[in-house]
Design a protein around this ligand. Structure first.
Ligand SMILES: *[C@@H]1O[C@H](CO)[C@@H](O)[C@H](O)[C@H]1NC(C)=O
Ligand SMILES: *[C@@H]1O[C@H](CO)[C@@H](O)[C@H](O)[C@H]1NC(C)=O
Ligand SMILES: *[C@@H]1O[C@H](CO)[C@@H](O)[C@H](O)[C@H]1NC(C)=O
Ligand SMILES: *[C@@H]1O[C@H](CO)[C@@H](O)[C@H](O)[C@H]1NC(C)=O
Ligand SMILES: *[C@@H]1O[C@H](CO)[C@@H](O)[C@H](O)[C@H]1NC(C)=O
Ligand SMILES: *[C@@H]1O[C@H](CO)[C@@H](O)[C@H](O)[C@H]1NC(C)=O
Ligand SMILES: *[C@@H]1O[C@H](CO)[C@@H](O)[C@H](O)[C@H]1NC(C)=O
Ligand SMILES: *[C@@H]1O[C@H](CO)[C@@H](O)[C@H](O)[C@H]1NC(C)=O
Ligand SMILES: *[C@@H]1O[C@H](CO)[C@@H](O)[C@H](O)[C@H]1NC(C)=O
Ligand SMILES: *[C@@H]1O[C@H](CO)[C@@H](O)[C@H](O)[C@H]1NC(C)=O
Length: 622
């Protein structure tokens, strides 16, 4: 498995470098062992009930993640960002960590997880199948656990620990002192109150329906498990027993709920005004080149969301959106399901699905080529980490590069589009984010980048450096390697190879170190700042969920308000609207970074996810 560079080193530096390489490789093996151990240990072994302040609810089989708040600035802010957290149980992290573990085994047999680990994860994930649709023979997945609401006759989703903690009100602070006794809480009381308040404000946004993200990441996991049968059969059989016709039903929903901007007579032409803001240039470019169907985030229509508003099964802001990371995960799920021959692809990979597949690829590649329309926060609606997005996207190309002949012409087309962008501007974008220090290379996104020390001097804490570096490595490697051999492609550019070597060396030293945090921002709400609310964006459809008109556009409670764009708004008209105030606010529509002053948004972080992302680098043969 010696790559071009290693061969080169042999030639140039002979024994000296040979010895160094051998040493580096064994050091890396030790790190991988340590990482695998961390992941295995972190999985919840037995369910722990909610008993605040002593215990948060922890579900057996789940890989942990935490809800945090992106406080930025003083050492106090840094401390709260790092220490104040609420345990979260969700499908997403468990699905992803399991997928990463399986994917790593393709190239590194030594990294094999135990069957018990996989089985516990699969059983936990099963509880996230939307219980409102199980009787209808439909597999849809939700992000959070559901509880049954008798009055509404509906299963409703919520981040349980957060929900219960918020419900405690004032009592929370008394108890929190016990929990966070290491912190001088009085000093932080106002900040923590802010934290709780921001969560209370957004709690209505958490009663969400099923989503295409979890639904298709689950299908991706199924494909990996199917291929993993040569190593172990049991995990796939267990998954299969709970997912008999899931591809068919997911694809049926995908068609039913896709965004169809040019079909203005259908209910599918309505979209979140923030989505319209960032992808309207793509719409304009695609207009006149045929129909356009795009993957959405939520498995719900506008009318269904209205009907279920009071039953607490509804989309945030009552309207669907298009998120590029969700799109990438759906594209991966479809690609993997076709290539692993799941549930007879000829029966479900029909013309309409192929269209969604092609059109969504076009969108994702357009946005990579166009700087995410200068609004990465809107384009990566729920997943702020740009390295996360690139990694997820690179996995699709890696799969498509597996074989020369792909089973459907549309897959050939999609591969051509992806190659032209990912080998070019996609790679350039990642390389541009690199920081070189002492011959090492690492990557920072934004966590802890804009802090200050006790003297008020700027300091970069690099709280997501480990996670960002691992994901950037994975992205570059997946773009430039052959999925069946695990080798870097012979035409990998020198700067990519050099970056991979230096970043892998950095990660070998730091992946397990406790000098740096292992935080990531794998998930967040869609609202990062006060300027991110949908009603503040140009729209051509505004009313309440019950259909009544909004007479005075000066309200600040947008909970039962729907604002949407349907069809296209001519660009000159749109530009005029951008200069108008909405609901009394006139905003700039510029993105000032995730650390801009005074905006502290909640985010989801998982050390386990970071450890798993680091394990993946063991496959990089440089
Ligand atoms: C569920 O759907 C699949 C595929 O659409 C079908 O083969 C199966 O018979 C259905 N099962 C039930 C119980 O309706
Ligand atoms: C799902 O899997 C669990 C455990 O593997 C099993 O007990 C259950 O019967 C399965 N459910 C369905 C609907 O197949
Ligand atoms: C949504 O509901 C409205 C009002 O009840 C109705 O006019 C419209 O046809 C519905 N749209 C769809 C796509 O079902
Ligand atoms: C249950 O549903 C009812 C009626 O739709 C709603 O008013 C209530 O808030 C819900 N209860 C909970 C705990 O979410
Ligand atoms: C969307 O798909 C349709 C059908 O395959 C195709 O005609 C159209 O050109 C595609 N548009 C884009 C932007 O991918
Ligand atoms: C790219 O987007 C960022 C916002 O994320 C913006 O600051 C920058 O000016 C944009 N660059 C170009 C070349 O448009
Ligand atoms: C990837 O490797 C396999 C086997 O090692 C080889 O058959 C295939 O042609 C390679 N693909 C590319 C795109 O180089
Ligand atoms: C719709 O909701 C608004 C706000 O709650 C209320 O004022 C109005 O009376 C409702 N309209 C109907 C037709 O129920
Ligand atoms: C909104 O405007 C209307 C009409 O000008 C006024 O009657 C109402 O009090 C205002 N509401 C708020 C919350 O400012
Ligand atoms: C955050 O830090 C980066 C890198 O040092 C800098 O470019 C950026 O302007 C800072 N942003 C804010 C809002 O302070």
């Amino acid at each position: 498995m010696l790559s071009k560079l290693v061969v080169l080193l042999f030639v140039l530096l002979f024994f000296l470098e040979q010895a160094k390489y051998a040493e580096g490789a064994s050091e890396r093996d030790d790190v991988i062992k340590g990482l695998l151990d961390k992941v295995a240990k972190s999985q919840i072994k037995e369910t722990v009930p909610y008993d605040f302040p002593f215990n948060f609810y922890k579900q057996k089989g789940v890989f942990p993640s935490n809800i945090r708040l992106n406080f930025v600035g003083s050492p106090e802010d840094t401390l709260i960002r790092r220490e104040f957290k609420i345990f979260d149980n969700n499908a997403f992290v468990t699905l992803w960590v399991s997928s990463i573990l399986l994917e790593t085994v393709r190239f590194n047999k030594a990294a094999q997880p135990s069957d018990e680990q996989m089985l516990n994860a699969i059983q936990a994930v099963y509880t996230y199948h939307d219980k409102n649709f199980l009787d209808h023979n439909e597999t849809r997945l939700v992000f959070w656990p559901q509880t049954y609401n008798e009055t509404a006759g509906t299963w409703s989703c919520a981040p349980l620990n957060l929900d219960k903690t918020v419900a405690m009100g004032e009592e929370f602070f008394v108890l929190a002192e016990k929990m966070f006794k290491d912190l001088d809480l009085k000093k932080f009381a106002s900040k923590i109150a802010e934290f709780i308040q921001s969560i209370v404000d957004s709690v209505a946004a958490f009663y969400i329906p099923a989503d295409f993200d979890d639904t298709f990441v689950n299908i991706g996991l199924g494909s990996l498990l199917k291929n993993y049968q040569s190593v172990s059969r049991q995990p796939y059989l267990s998954w299969l027993s709970n997912n008999t016709n899931n591809v068919q039903s997911a694809v049926k929903a995908l068609k039913e709920y896709s965004y169809k901007p040019f079909s203005s007579s259908s209910g599918n032409s309505y979209i979140d005004p923030r989505t319209y803001f960032y992808l309207r240039k793509f719409l304009q470019k695609s207009h006149g080149t045929g129909q356009l169907f795009l993957v959405t985030t939520w498995v719900e229509s506008l009318n269904e969301s209205r009907a279920k508003y009071y039953k607490k099964y509804r989309m945030p802001f009552n309207i669907n959106n298009v998120d590029l990371t969700v799109s990438a995960n759906v594209l991966y799920g479809l690609t993997a399901a076709v290539l692993s021959d799941m549930q007879d692809p000829n029966s479900w990979f029909d013309e309409e699905v192929q269209m969604i597949y092609l059109n969504t690829t076009s969108l994702v590649m357009y946005e990579i080529s166009n700087n995410f329309s200068s609004r990465p926060d809107l384009a990566l609606t729920y997943y702020p980490s740009v390295f996360n997005f690139y990694w997820f996207t690179s996995r699709i190309l890696n799969l498509l590069n597996l074989c020369d002949q792909l089973p459907y012409p549309v897959m050939q087309t999609v591969r051509e589009i992806m190659r032209s962008i990912m080998y070019g501007v996609g790679t350039e974008f990642i390389l541009k984010q690199a920081t070189m220090q002492d011959n090492y290379i690492f990557f920072d996104d934004f966590l802890g980048v804009n802090d200050t020390d006790e003297f008020g001097k700027p300091v970069n804490h690099g709280d997501d450096r480990i996670s960002s570096t691992s994901m950037a490595i994975n992205a570059l490697f997946y773009i430039w390697s052959n999925a069946s051999s695990g080798q870097l492609s012979p035409n990998v550019p020198d700067n990519v190879q050099d970056t991979l070597v230096r970043a892998c060396d950095w990660l070998t030293d730091e992946a397990l170190s406790d000098k740096l945090e292992h935080m990531s921002v794998f998930f967040s709400g869609s609202v990062k700042t006060g300027d991110d609310l949908p009603p503040l964006f140009p729209a051509n459809f505004i009313q309440r969920v019950n259909g009544s008109a909004i007479l005075h556009k000066n309200s600040t409670n947008f909970d039962d308000v729907i604002t949407a764009v349907t069809g296209l708004i001519p660009e000159d008209k749109y530009q005029e609207l951008l200069n108008e105030p909405f609901f009394g606010y006139k905003i700039s529509y510029d993105f000032h970074g995730y650390n801009s002053e005074g905006d502290y948004f909640p985010f989801w972080s998982s050390d386990t996810f970071t450890y798993a992302a680091c394990i993946c680098f063991s496959t990089v043969s440089v």
